[in-house]
Design a protein around this ligand. Structure first.
Ligand code: C5P
Length: 221
């Protein structure tokens, strides 16, 4: 298990962050939430009043930014250029614009390079949209977590609004359906690439998904 990398991708609301953290904790591995990296850059872009259409400015920001994320799966801590953005990057105003930042191919190139440095050190669960295909295509364990749209909407609505009534589902639509449509233009996470194990979580509880992922890991290492 010395250099092991576990790569996990999935659409929003697939439960990949929670599952990845649990799996990392169970196996004593580090954890990297790559979505938080893109969110931190989006936060800094808004903070500095950058025009999100200005690709050169976004790229300069991503290249110079010092982003610090706790590798401990039981902690949540994200800083960019010293500012603690752990909570702020989860706000809807960030979810609304992050795909624009992540759609910039030069920004992606820089962040992927950093993520690959983490992967090269090993002993880590890395989670995102392009980990199984771009960041760590050679990882010994590669998993795509999927769930049908209704299940993903309900999970996120419960998380954000504490209920799954019609208003909550409607309010969640942008952060799930629109975002996946935008994100899938630059990363392929809607179907499993060759050699990637797909786990459909629609009908599974969190403990069941974690158990299934641990089973896949045990099979491969
Ligand atoms: O996982 P999360 O929903 O926090 O990701 C936030 C955003 O970061 C995604 O909507 C996507 O635009 C971007 N992202 C990405 N590639 C990754 C991880 C996230 O483009 N590997």
């Amino acid at each position: 298990l010395d250099r092991i990398v576990i790569a996990i991708d999935g659409p929003s609301g697939s439960g990949k962050s929670t599952v990845s953290r649990r799996v990392a904790a169970r196996l004593g591995l580090g954890y990297l939430d790559t979505g938080a990296t893109y969110r931190a850059v989006a936060w800094a872009a808004l903070d500095r009043g950058l025009d999100l259409e200005d690709g050169a400015a976004l790229t300069a920001l991503a290249t110079s930014a010092v982003i610090e994320q706790s590798p401990d799966p039981t902690q949540d801590s994200v800083r960019i250029d010293g500012a603690d953005v752990t909570q702020a990057i989860r706000e809807q105003r960030i979810s609304a614009v992050v795909s624009k930042v992540a759609g910039n191919l030069d920004v992606r190139k820089e962040l992927v390079r950093r993520q690959q440095e983490v992967a090269a050190r090993g002993r880590v669960v890395i989670e995102g949209r392009d980990i199984t295909t771009v960041v760590a295509p050679d990882a010994p364990v590669r998993i795509l977590l999927t769930a049908d749209e209704r299940a993903r909407l309900e999970r996120r609505a419960r998380e954000l609004h504490g209920t799954t009534d019609d208003a909550a589902i409607a309010a969640t639509h942008d952060s799930i359906v629109r975002r996946d449509a935008d994100d899938s233009k630059v990363a392929s996470f809607l179907t499993a690439a060759e050699g990637v194990v797909e786990v459909d979580t629609s009908a599974l509880g969190l403990d069941e998904v974690v158990a299934e992922v641990l089973r896949v890991v045990a099979e491969r290492v």
